[in-house]
Ligand binder design. Sequence first.
Ligand code: NAD
Length: 241
Amino acid sequence: MKMKNITVIGAGTMGNGIAHVLAQNNFNVKLVDISNDALENALKNISHNLDRMLAKKKISAEDKINTLNNITTYTNLNKAVNGVDLVIEAATENINLKLKIFKELDEICEKNTLLATNTSSISITKIASVTNRPDKVIGIHFMNPVPVMRLIEVIRGYLTTDEVTQKVMQMSNKLGKIAVEVNDYPGFVANRILMPMINESIETLSQGVAGVEEIDTVMILGMAHPMGPLHLADFIGLDVC
Ligand code: NAD
């Protein structure tokens, strides 16, 4: 099972970060979105983030050029999946949209192509069930911002094989990330634990137990969290939470 050519579907917050990290680690990336503006913004964003890394001497000018050269953009899904080893779907979090995309991917991708989703909350098994290759469907849950955060939650669907899981774990390590294998339950691990904590911090504020600064400071200094839960909720976006 080769792993060199990867399609990323969706060029929003997560898609552009995923494309950046893959391209910087020498994968050939085909980035596809229905919106031309999203693709243009993604390339600008990646270039800007590479400039920041260059200024901090984390990468060279040549690394920046190579990274950008490793990314090709598309608005046509059919062309974007031609000859790829893996597709990572990072489109809008909407179950019907994802089911539609995976049904189409199953029809147009070569039979050995692995199909992954970056979903935060939708069942991998359910997504896999609309394809004829549920053994080759897996969750690859990157964290935001992708170039900075080291964790990747690798989520096995009910029928995902050991071989596919191992392949994805190896690819994650090649990105300099730490991959953790988890099973397909609502929220997986990260959001199953994080979202109740954020919810409870909002309840704590609403019941007048303490103010925003106080709640965040208790969690930063008392639990050694790098950021308070209310600040984190704003960072993620309350709509996304
Ligand atoms: P976003 O809204 O920033 O980007 C989604 C992109 O998908 C948009 O550019 C949109 O044009 C595109 N899109 C919509 N339909 C499409 C289609 N049919 N084909 C191709 N592109 C299409 O969303 P995001 O925050 O990047 O989230 C993407 C996925 O990543 C979601 O499943 C989300 O749950 C997950 N996720 C998000 C975060 C986060 O913090 N934002 C973290 C981890 C995982």
